[in-house]
Write a protein that binds this ligand. Sequence first.
Ligand code: BES
Ligand code: ZN
Length: 363
Amino acid sequence: MKSSLTYLLTACYAAAVASQPTGSSDKLGHERSLIQVGESHIPIWMMEQEVLGLIRSKKTFMDITGNNLLPAMVYPTEPRQKAVVQEIHQLLSPDSMRIFLTTFSSFPNRYCRSHYGVKSSDWLYNTVAELIKNNRGTLNRRVPHRRISQQSIVVRIEGQGNLASEVVVVGAHQDSINQANPYMGRSPGADDDGSGSTTIFETLSALLRAQYQPARSLEFHWYAGEEIGLVGSQDIAQDYANRNVNVRAMLQLDMTGFTDHSGNMGIVTDFVHPELTQFTRQLVHTYSNLTALDFQCGYACSDHASWSKYGFPSAMPFESNEMELNPYIHSDKDTVETVDFDHMLQFAKIATGFAVELTHTSE
Ligand code: BES
Ligand code: ZN
C-alpha cells in the first residue's frame, strides 16, 4: 500500500510535468499524451504509437494530460511598469555584486550541515540586516530546519493596501557543496548558487534604495540545504501551504553568473508554471540584452520545484540554455574569478522587473 503522502506527491509532480508548455506535440505537430504507468513513476510524454505499445504489452497506465493542480493565474500580458523598473535598474551595480560575492564565496564551504554553512549563513543574515535596518516595513527572519544546522533567511517588504496579503517571492539557495568531500573540501559556490544569492541581494538593495513601496508583499528568500534535496525551500513552501499564504508568483535564481558570451540564457520549462514562465520570457525580452531559450532542468533541479510541489506558481531563468555549460560547480573550482558580473547584472534586471511588475499594480 502506498501512503497517502506518496499519492499526493506523485499527483503534484504529475501536475507540474503536465503543465509543461512544450512537449505536448512533436516537431510535426503530432499530439503527445502524458502517460503515467504507476503512482511512483514519473509521467512521460508519449506518441500515440508508444501508448498503443503499452496497450499491446498489457501494461496499465493513466493518461494524465491536462491534469493540472497548479492554480490558474492571470499575469500581465506584457510588462507595464517600464519607467519604474528602468529607474531602479540605474541603481544596480556589478561592482557591488562582485564585493558581495567575493566575501560570500570566501568561506571554505557553505555546506548546510557544516560549521562553515552556519558561519556563512550568519554573515548573510547580518549583511541583510544591515541593508534593511533603515527601512521601516521591511522585516527579516531566520527559518530553522529540523535536519540541518543552516537556517534559511526571509526578508519581507510589507505591501500597502488591500493586496498586502498576496505575496511575490524571489529566491536563491545559499548553500554550496563539494560533492567529493562536503565537510572538508572547499566549495566556494560562486556560481552555484552564490550568483543567485548575490543577484537577489543586489535586487533587494536597489529596491530599498529606490524606496520602492509594493502593493503586494514582496519577499526575498535565501534557502538552506538545496544541495541535499531542497530541504529549506520545501519546509518553507509547505509552511506557506499550511497557512494558506496567497503566493502569486515565485522566481528562483540558481546560477546566473557563468556564460559563454553567446548572448543566450535558459528558461526552465519543467516543474514550473507555464503562464508565469511565459511572463518571465517577456521580462527577459524587455529588461535584459539576453535571448531566452527553453530548456528542461530535470526533476527537482532547484528550489522552484518545492513551490510547484505545494501548488504555487514558480519560474526559473538560468544562466545558459545548456545544462553542462559550467564545468566547475560542486567543486573547489567554482570561484568568483569564473563568474561574469555583466551577465549577472542581466538577471538582477530581470528580477527587478519580476518584483515590480508583479507587486506594483492592483491587478
Ligand atoms: N544549481 C544546481 C542545478 C543545476 C545545475 C541546474 C546545472 C542546471 C545546470 C543545483 O544546486 C543542484 O545541484 N541540483 C541538483 C539537485 C538537488 C536536489 C541535489 C541536481 O540538479 O542534480
Ligand atoms: Zn544550485
